[in-house]
Design a protein around this ligand. Structure first.
Ligand code: NAI
Ligand code: MG
Length: 357
């Protein structure tokens, strides 16, 4: 029997609460499938660990994680530890260290999901954002000069290598070709006259290898407007690290909220483990109350199953999420319900058993 080895980094705030439900779902899927299983190993890394040990994760953390088929991450960040430390020393360290240069974020209005856009139909909000995940604006390059003095200057440098830019754009073209969908590049070449002019040039260059793919290009500000006004313009979207981060929160808002949005950090070559996570943070405002919506972390389980080549099961998990939202019996307060986190997880599990029983 195939055993998938999963490293679980539940992290901070609502991270452990929502991940517990995703793990429940994975265990149920394994039981129903019968021909594969999961082995979970838990790592206590995160802000609490930092406060005790002065580090977000062990020094040899990446070495340890290498042995796993995938990483399942909750959220990191908590008041008391500066956000740039929690983000850079754990999340970005893993994304960069394992060359997870593709961040796949589906913006898809599932059946039953709440949508704040008046008159928007499900088929009009159905896109996949392919976000560059290893360099760009989040490369961490820069300088802080004359700190605290009147001449103080800070430089935050975007890093756009030819290799990094080409590979993410090519990855997106491949998806567009395979799915026969349009590909839209989101950039800002009118103001970022080095990085984004280069990005646009590479998008056009690589595009010559894909004459069959219909393309569009938008400036990021216009893209934000169209996300809200005419989301049907977008099918496959490719964009930089920062822009992808921002527009996918906007995308989450139009497709059911932060409690529903998932993201996969992929190392396409399979040289290193990939990582699956809800895109939301640790939500300190609701942590510990048991009301966090676990559907985002359950959707990321569906992405993990797809990644393992278990697409049929990935689809069934999505169907179960849809049924929970259509029935509206078991929803957390962010979706207008009164259920707690565990009740939503239990409902997904029970629907899965019915769908496949
Ligand atoms: P956040 O995503 O944690 O919360 C934003 C709002 O959405 C809050 O009102 C929260 O209650 C709500 N929310 C988020 N997830 C929810 C869920 N599953 N169910 C119901 N409501 C949910 O973003 P925020 O407040 O900006 O950041 C909080 C902390 O999380 C910070 O330390 C930040 O650095 C960190 N963070 C970590 C991320 C990660 O680990 N991938 C991503 C984003 C932020
Ligand atoms: Mg974000």
């Amino acid at each position: 029997m195939k055993i998938y080895k999963i490293a679980v980094i539940a992290g901070d705030g609502i991270g452990p609460e929502v991940l517990a439900e995703g793990i429940k779902v994975l265990k149920t899927v394994a039981q129903l499938a019968g021909d594969f299983n999961f082995e979970f190993t838990y790592f206590p890394w995160g802000c609490e660990y930092y406060l005790k040990h002065g580090k977000m994760m062990d020094e040899d953390g990446l070495d340890t994680l290498k042995a796993f088929d995938a990483i399942y991450l909750g959220a990191v960040g908590y008041p008391g530890v500066p956000d740039h430390i929690s983000l850079c020393d754990l999340l970005l360290k893993i994304r960069k260290g394992f060359d997870q240069y593709v961040n796949l974020r589906p913006i898809q209005l599932l059946e039953g999901a709440p949508c704040p856009l008046k008159d928007s139909r499900r088929d009009q909000i159905d896109m996949l954002v392919v976000r560059e995940n290893s360099e760009g604006e989040y490369a961490g390059a820069g300088e802080w000069l004359f700190r605290g003095q009147p001449e103080e200057v800070v430089l935050q440098t975007g890093v756009f290598s030819r290799k990094g830019t080409e590979r993410i754009i090519r990855y997106a073209y491949e998806i567009a070709r395979k799915t026969k969908k349009t590909l839209t590049s989101i950039s800002k070449g009118n103001a970022l006259v080095y990085s984004m002019v280069f990005w646009d040039q590479v998008f056009a260059e690589v595009g010559r290898e894909y004459p069959d793919v219909v393309t569009h290009s938008y400036l990021v500000d216009a893209a934000c407007m169209f996300f809200v006004k005419e989301p049907e313009r977008f099918q496959i979207v490719v964009t930089s690290n920062l822009f992808g981060d921002i527009i996918t929160d906007l995308g989450a808002a139009i497709a059911g909220g932060m409690g529903l949005a998932a993201g996969a950090n992929i190392n396409p070559e399979g040289k290193h483990p990939s990582m699956f996570e809800p895109i939301h943070g640790s939500a300190p405002d609701i942590a510990g109350k048991g009301i966090a919506n676990p559907l985002a972390s359950i959707w990321s389980v569906s992405q993990m199953l797809d990644f393992f080549g278990q697409e049929e099961w990935g689809k069934v998990v999505l169907q179960a999420i849809e049924q929970v939202m259509v029935q509206k019996k078991s929803l957390t307060p962010d979706m207008g319900g009164t259920a707690n986190t565990q009740e939503v997880g239990n409902e997904v599990v029970s629907i899965l058993s019915k769908l496949c029983g």
